[in-house]
Design a protein. Structure first.
Length: 188
């Protein structure tokens, strides 16, 4: 797969999960956290996959470790790999590093060596979020994508309410919003 092919489309949840599995098998990290637009469920064709990869202790520099992962596993889609030790992450957050704090607060853990249930739950959430984003894109309605996705990411335009967006989404067959709206209407 070349870079031109991957830059033009959104990466699927299965592709991300397969890559995470390859990192886990080959490099034995403690935790792999997806963050950014994919974790929020709002990727675009220009989005890259952002991963924080931690280990108790890296025997090489984090930059070298990220480079080795890219060389060993290839780069099947645009991505940013941030490699840190768990101690570095704790120190950075304690020192006021808002970026890593935000990554851990809003990111999605796709692999956790200490608790496989955490990674499994993160994978389920990723598939649901990306499926919802794909339904919005597949609707062919730019207004929905322009208005609904920012609401999910918390960057909504104040001129469009979430209720208006939900009402528009409810008209698209097969969406969770449609099912929810129908159930809500049945109760009242």
């Amino acid at each position: 797969m070349n870079t031109n092919e991957t830059a033009a489309s959104v990466v699927s949840a299965d592709e991300i999960i397969a890559y995470v599995d390859r990192i886990a098998a080959g490099f034995k990290p403690l935790r792999i956290v997806l963050f950014g637009s994919y974790a929020c469920g709002v990727p675009t064709k220009d989005s890259d996959v952002d991963l924080l990869i931690t280990k108790q202790r890296w025997s090489i520099s984090p930059l070298t470790a990220a480079g080795r992962m890219r060389v060993a596993l290839g780069v099947p889609f645009p991505m940013d790999l941030i490699v840190r030790s768990e101690a570095d992450v704790r120190r950075s957050i304690a020192g006021g590093d808002n970026f890593l704090g935000e990554v851990l607060a809003t990111g999605m853990t796709l692999y956790d060596a200490a608790d496989e249930r955490v990674g499994r739950q993160g994978r389920i959430r990723l598939r649901r979020r990306l499926r919802g984003a794909a339904l919005v894109r597949a609707s062919g309605t730019d207004a929905l994508e322009d208005n609904y996705l920012p609401h999910i990411a918390g960057e909504a335009d104040s001129s469009v309410t979430l209720e208006q967006v939900h009402a528009a989404l409810a008209k698209i067959p097969g969406t969770l919003i449609e099912d929810f709206s129908r159930q809500r209407d049945d109760r009242f």
